[in-house]
Design a protein around this ligand. Structure first.
Ligand code: SAM
Length: 287
């Protein structure tokens, strides 16, 4: 079966489970679905070889793990702390196993800070969109490096909010909602400016730096409100509603008013550039 045919099945499976995930997880699943081309372009570019053992740390619903397993014919282990995400990833894995000779991925429940995986056991360790959520990135990276073989690769991929461009400009109160959204992630010890720091993290952890790449994706098109990209955005903002209110960062009425304003701003022609930073390092021999 060709990779394209497997991807058709895989993408279809993610779409069918969209209604089954918890409301707060739905935007993450939308992100998984909408970023498939970006993700697969990334997988194309990373130096994973056939039969490599790959660790996908913070694998979420497992989409990157599946892409690496299929495109690179690698043996992938996906680790995540969220049981609901892993449950969904395992369900997709079982469905895929019906059409593939072997299950491509093994999913394990674990905390990035202490993964209880053997040392020096992977050829390639990757974490995509994980570090923006971590309060102790150095500790997480040390644990990733522990599991990779000497000479093996460590790859961090993440966002940096200052690398995003959108046009038309957001109105002041919509911009304010986005600021609150970013602040909320910061209050929960996350970091939406982490992209620029990834190579420093690798360097400070003692890795040899291989390359740092900025991968911009631009879309400029006429968007209707029911476009999946806008639905994803509304789910993402909506998932923060109760926390923003509980922390006194906005009232319920104001939140709903702004969401309605966003809804009314469509359809329109819109420019969006999202960039991800890829930092690739290697574990030095003797580390
Ligand atoms: C934005 S998602 C990214 C999922 C996936 N890597 C992707 O590229 O689509 C972040 C994931 O990190 C996981 N995560 C957050 N903190 C974690 C920790 N301490 N240990 C393991 N996973 C963690 C979350 O459960 C979530 O699935």
């Amino acid at each position: 079966m060709s990779d394209t045919a497997v991807f058709d099945v895989l993408d279809g499976l993610y779409l069918t489970v969209l209604d089954q995930v918890r409301r707060e997880d739905r935007w993450l699943l939308w992100q998984t679905i909408l970023t498939k081309e970006q993700r697969r372009n990334l997988v194309e570019a990373i130096p994973v070889s056939a039969h490599d053992r790959v660790l996908d740390a913070g694998c979420g619903f497992g989409a990157l793990s599946f892409d690496i397993a299929i495109m690179k014919n690698a043996r992938v282990v996906g680790v995540d702390i969220s049981d609901s995400s892993l449950e969904l990833a395992s369900r997709i894995n079982e469905e895929l196993a019906r059409i593939l000779p072997v299950s491509p991925v093994e999913f394990i429940s674990g905390d990035i800070y202490n993964m209880s995986l053997p040392a020096d056991s992977f050829d390639f360790v990757i974490a995509r969109f994980l570090f923006q959520h971590l309060d102790a990135p150095g500790k997480a990276l040390a644990e990733m490096i522990r599991t990779v073989k000497p000479g093996g690769y460590v790859c961090l991929i993440d966002i940096d909010d200052q690398l995003e461009i959108q046009y038309p400009d957001l109105e002041e109160d919509v911009e304010g909602l986005y600021r609150s959204f970013r602040l909320l992630q910061k209050l929960e010890n996350g970091d939406r400016m982490v992209g620029r720091k990834l190579t420093n993290y690798l360097y400070n952890a003692g890795c040899e730096i291989v390359v740092t790449i900025l991968r911009p994706e631009t879309e400029c098109r006429y968007l209707a409100y029911d476009d999946p990209a806008i639905q994803f955005e509304m789910e993402r903002l909506g998932s923060a509603r109760s926390q923003l209110i509980t922390r006194g960062m906005i009232t319920g009425d104001k939140f709903d008013e702004i969401m309605e304003k966003i809804r009314r701003s469509y359809p329109r022609m819109e420019w969006r550039t999202n960039s991800e930073v890829v930092a690739l390092g290697r574990k030095k021999t003797g580390m």
